[in-house]
Design a protein around this ligand. Structure first.
Ligand code: SF4
Length: 295
């Protein structure tokens, strides 16, 4: 495997995903704008759309906060050079930081220093899945901005709190913090038996394409009910009130301990910079998130 080419592809893909929103988000923002009746909210959607046009035509990031880069890698067990991928992803972030460019966002814990590279201790954070029998690798990128990371929360509830307790926690979090995250928001919720599992699932929930649903019909129903309820808060685009507060609600789950229900919440803002690219072992690639884009 040509690790130099792999690194170059990922660096270019990071640059693209910092400038162009994924297809599903662009479509959803257009739908929310078309359904919006409040003049101020409509004008906010207009400015978001103009922002996207200018980011593309001027070749600049769609938001000044290009976030801290997270990678979610689904690696085929037969993909060559698996052991080199983590280093290549790190180098790709350094290159994209200089060339895209990406804002310098990585601050070293305790030393409180930012060396301007966007890499550091466990940064970029890489989450791994190994896919049996596959010789491809799927790399999902996520740029977690500061504002949209602020509402991130996790808690372990007593089982007696039930699913009503989850709903209460989500609403309390969104009422207190949602406005910081540049709505309309994509809400990722993880439900599990401990906070670390619930947290990572809530982030993974943000990677799911908009319009997808939890595979359990009850989970899908809960997603729909939460979406309706959160929209009724009337937060609106950029928190200036409007018909829609969220682009969607995604729930991911893992079996829990009978004595606990843990809930994790992660929030994505309207400038939802995520991307998904699949590379073959010969490094031909398919971009799933941004159709028609070439690197
Ligand atoms: S919440 Fe999103 S759109 Fe708002 S400043 Fe942060 S990254 Fe940018």
């Amino acid at each position: 495997m040509d690790i130099e080419r792999f690194t170059d592809i990922i660096a270019r893909f990071l640059a693209v995903s910092g400038k162009i929103l994924p297809d599903d988000i662009v479509k959803k923002l257009a739908e929310l704008k078309a359904a919006e009746h409040m003049p101020l909210a409509k004008s906010v959607y207009d400015s978001m759309s103009r922002n996207q046009d200018l980011a593309a035509s001027l070749d600049r990031p769609s938001c000044q906060d290009t976030g801290v880069v997270n990678f979610f890698v689904s690696a085929g067990e037969n993909f060559p050079g698996l052991g080199k991928i983590a280093g290549a992803l790190r180098e790709a972030v350094v290159r994209a930081t200089a060339e895209a460019p990406l804002r310098h966002n990585t601050v070293a814990i305790f030393d409180e220093k930012n060396d301007g590279t966007n890499v550091g201790e466990r940064a970029p954070f890489v989450h791994w899945d190994i896919v049996p029998g596959s010789d491809k690798v799927k790399v999902e990128t996520y740029m977690a901005g500061g504002g949209c990371s602020l509402p991130g929360r996790a808690i372990t509830l007593m089982p007696s709190a039930g699913y009503e307790g989850i709903v209460q926690y989500v609403f309390d979090t969104m009422v207190d913090w949602g406005i910081n995250a540049c709505p309309p928001l994509l809400i990722g919720i993880g439900i599990a038996g401990s906070v670390e599992n619930a947290s990572i699932l809530s982030k993974r929930a943000l990677l799911r394409p908009l319009g997808s649903h939890n595979p359990n019909p009850r989970g899908a129903e809960m997603e729909g009910l939460l979406e309706d309820g959160l929209n009724r808060l009337g937060i609106g685009p950029q928190g200036l009130s409007g018909s829609s507060s969220v682009m969607g609600v995604h729930i991911e789950s893992a079996a829990r301990h009978p004595s606990t229900i843990s809930v994790g919440i992660n929030v994505g803002c309207w400038a939802h910079r995520r991307g998904a690219i699949v590379l073959d072992k010969d490094l031909s690639y398919e971009i799933l998130s941004h159709k028609g884009v070439r690197l």
